[in-house]
Structure formats: structure tokens, C-alpha cells
Design a protein around this ligand. Structure first.
Ligand code: PLP
Length: 380
């Protein structure tokens, strides 16, 4: 039981639970305080800006991957962003500088191209370089930034002669929903390959993928690792998780529109789409929990869950429900706050789910509902 009164929200709707968000943030805050590090939110995973005032009670800022995310940080979090982009767009660069406190380059050629412009900017901006430790525990290539010939980050062979001038920090990101023990292995590789540069650095950004809010994550081991690294190298340490912040903090409410039967397999058609509203369920892929349902079985009412787009694969394989589903029933898809809202499309013109908050005081707040113009205005 989540304690959320789902009946008070429209359908479909992403519903963030403030209490669960605060519980995650409190844990993350404990890590930053006890380890003496800085933890910022990666917008790419969670950018529901109406919730930023809550996030800011615990975290000092955010990391941005583009001009738009940097601007969102500046305007809605009230602080300049730690910006890193795979490749900056020349016409946007000056504006990005205005919204950033830290600026990380993905390659030495980007550094050479933009360094003087950063130095000429009125406000001091700390420059960093993303490096590739060429090690990751992530086995799916789609999510592995350290896979062979990866485009993400400079490899050690290019930095044998030392740190480029005016670079104050190094950034790496090679984890995805990983444990502190995976980070420990990455740190060994990082030190082996880039250790000669560490004495000149002001900061090291260890990227995201630290799923410290997942049950069973060894938080004390993480704190120990970060503290040791910081003390050994006398360097400021930054972490920028996305998933960990919004992990299991809310549901996507949907409604059964129809039930079809094809050769004994029933599909409940929902007013949401897996490809348009929860793309990771198909891309990663992963199987979300559905509240009140489990794996299919005998004695249960088994249904595939179908999305409303024309994509043949826009469905999840069967779930078992204790009672038969009826048209109009709610189906609540669990853990649908991170990497959902930020990745949606309006493919097939499907209605975008509303965005709401179940407050700590038991109020249902709907921040945004979407309509025809949201669909139309993305096109021309
Ligand atoms: C550079 C960088 N930082 C941070 C993150 C956030 O990772 P996560 O949401 O897995 O914590 C990502 C995710 O892809 C990333 O590419």
C-alpha cells in the first residue's frame, strides 16, 4: 500500500509521492554529509521542475546535458548548472556559459575549440574533461559508456603528457543502476589510468548510476569509498545520479479502455503507451511492477498490458490479477517517475499523461494536463 489516493488524479497521470521523494533525498543527503562530497541531480533522469523546490532542500544543484537543461537549472533551481554535453553547438555556447558554473568537455578537440571562449566569459567557470576509464560492470551495450570504441570521454592514451591547461576537473560516468562495489572497481581503473593527473585536480565528478536508494545498496560502503578517495587525493568529489533520486517515488496511473482476446491470450488495452510514455520498458528492457498484480499463473486472471499506439510491440507480456479486469479499471504501473517524463513522445498523437504530486499532507495536486496544442506545437 502506497497511501496515495489515486482516484483523485486524472488518467493517465504520472503521480509523484512527496514522502517517498523526501525519503530518497534524505538518504542521499546523509551520503553527501558523511562522505563530505557534493551530490547533484542529473536532469536527464528526472526533470519534473515543479518538484525542484523539494529537491533543493537537500541537494545543491543539478547537472545539465544541453542548453535547455542548463537554463532549466538556472531558472528553476536558482543555481548555475554543472554542464556536460557530448558536443556543444557553437550558436548555443555563449548562452550555456551564462547558465553554468562547471563546463565539461567530452573530447580534447571540443576543449581546444571552446577554451578561450570560456576564459573570456565574464564569470569564472570551472572547466573539466570527461574521461573514459574503459571499465564498466554494465553488460547491455546500449547503457555501457565504456564499451569498445565508445564516443564518450577521452581515453588515457591521449592524456599521457598531462592535463590540458586550465582543466580543473575530471568527469567519468560508466555505471547504470550499479552498486558501490562496481564503483570501487571503476575507481581502481580510474586511478590506474588517470592517477598521474589527480594531484593537479580541484574536482572529480563520478557521474551517475549510483543506485544508493535501492533496497540492499550498501550505503556505508559507498560513504567509506568516497571519503577515502577524497582524503587520499585531496580533491572535491561530485556525484550526479538521476535514477537514485526518483527511484520508486511514484506510479503511472492508467485506465483499461478495452480487452481483446487472441487465441486465448487476453490483452488489456490501456490509455497509455509503453513506447511513448515508458520507453525503457521496451528499450532496456525491464518489467515494471504493477500494483496489485504479479506474475501470471493458474487460478489468476492473466492479461497482457497493451499500449494504444500502432507499434506491434507496444505491450508487456502477461501479468496475473486476482480479479478479472473490466473496462474503466485503473492499472497502476510502479516506479514510473525517472526516465519516463523526460523521454516521452506524442507518437500516434497519444495523449501525454498529466503530471501530479501526492503531497506529504495528502493533497492531490495536478501540475499539468496536456492537450491537442501540445501535440500540434511539436510539429509544423
Ligand atoms: C554523464 C551522465 N551523468 C549522470 C547520469 C545519470 O545516471 P543515472 O540516472 O543512472 O544515475 C547519466 C545517465 O546516463 C549520464 O550519462
Amino acid at each position: 500500500m502506497t497511501g496515495v489516493d489515486y482516484g483523485r488524479f486524472p488518467s493517465p497521470c504520472y503521480i509523484l509521492d512527496e514522502k517517498r521523494l523526501r525519503a530518497n533525498l534524505a538518504l542521499i543527503d546523509r551520503v553527501q554529509k558523511e562522505a563530505g562530497v557534493e551530490i547533484i541531480l542529473a536532469f536527464k533522469g528526472f526533470a519534473m521542475w515543479k518538484a525542484f523546490p523539494i529537491v533543493r532542500e537537500y541537494l545543491p544543484g543539478a547537472t545539465a546535458s544541453s542548453l535547455h537543461e542548463a537554463r532549466l537549472c538556472f531558472e528553476e533551481m536558482g543555481v548555475p548548472a554543472h554542464t556536460y554535453s557530448v558536443a556543444y553547438i557553437p550558436e548555443e555556447f555563449e548562452e550555456i556559459l551564462g547558465y553554468s558554473s562547471h563546463l565539461t568537455f567530452n573530447s580534447l578537440s571540443q576543449y581546444r575549440r571552446y577554451r578561450d571562449q570560456v576564459l573570456a566569459h565574464g564569470r569564472k567557470i570551472s572547466m573539466g574533461l570527461r574521461v573514459n576509464p574503459e571499465y564498466s560492470d554494465v553488460t547491455t551495450d546500449l547503457y555501457n559508456p565504456a564499451s569498445p570504441h565508445s564516443r564518450l570521454g577521452v581515453t588515457a592514451e591521449h592524456l599521457a603528457d598531462g592535463l590540458p591547461e586550465d582543466i580543473e576537473g575530471l568527469h567519468f560516468h560508466t555505471l547504470c543502476e550499479s552498486t558501490s562495489f562496481a564503483l570501487e572497481k571503476v575507481l581502481e581503473q580510474f586511478e590506474a589510468r588517470f592517477g598521474h593527473l589527480l594531484p593537479q585536480l580541484k574536482w572529480v565528478n563520478m557521474g551517475g548510476g549510483h543506485l544508493m536508494t535501492r533496497q540492499g545498496y550498501d550505503v556505508d560502503h559507498l560513504i567509506g569509498l568516497l571519503k577515502d578517495f577524497r582524503e587520499k587525493h585531496e580533491v572535491h568529489v561530485i556525484l550526479e545520479p538521476g535514477s537514485a533520486i526518483a527511484w520508486t517515488t511514484g506510479e503511472l496511473k492508467s485506465t483499461v479502455l478495452d480487452i481483446v482476446d487472441n487465441n486465448g491470450v487476453k490483452t488489456a488495452l490501456l490509455d497509455v503507451s509503453f513506447t511513448a510514455h515508458m520507453p525503457d520498458t521496451l528499450e532496456m528492457p525491464y518489467r515494471p511492477r504493477v500494483l496489485g498484480a504479479g506474475e501470471p499463473g493458474t487460478g489468476l486472471h492473466n492479461y497482457r498490458l497493451g499500449g494504444t499506439t500502432c507499434l506491434a510491440g507496444d505491450f508487456l507480456s502477461e501479468y496475473g490479477f486476482a480479479e478479472p479486469l473490466e473496462v474503466g479499471d485503473s492499472v497502476l504501473l510502479s516506479d514510473m517517475i525517472h526516465y519516463t517524463m523526460v523521454k516521452t513522445t506524442t507518437f500516434n498523437g497519444v495523449r501525454h499523461p498529466a503530471i501530479g504530486l501526492w503531497t506529504a499532507h495528502g493533497e492531490a495536486v495536478v501540475f499539468r494536463e496536456f492537450d491537442y496544442l501540445d501535440f500540434k506545437n511539436r510539429l509544423s
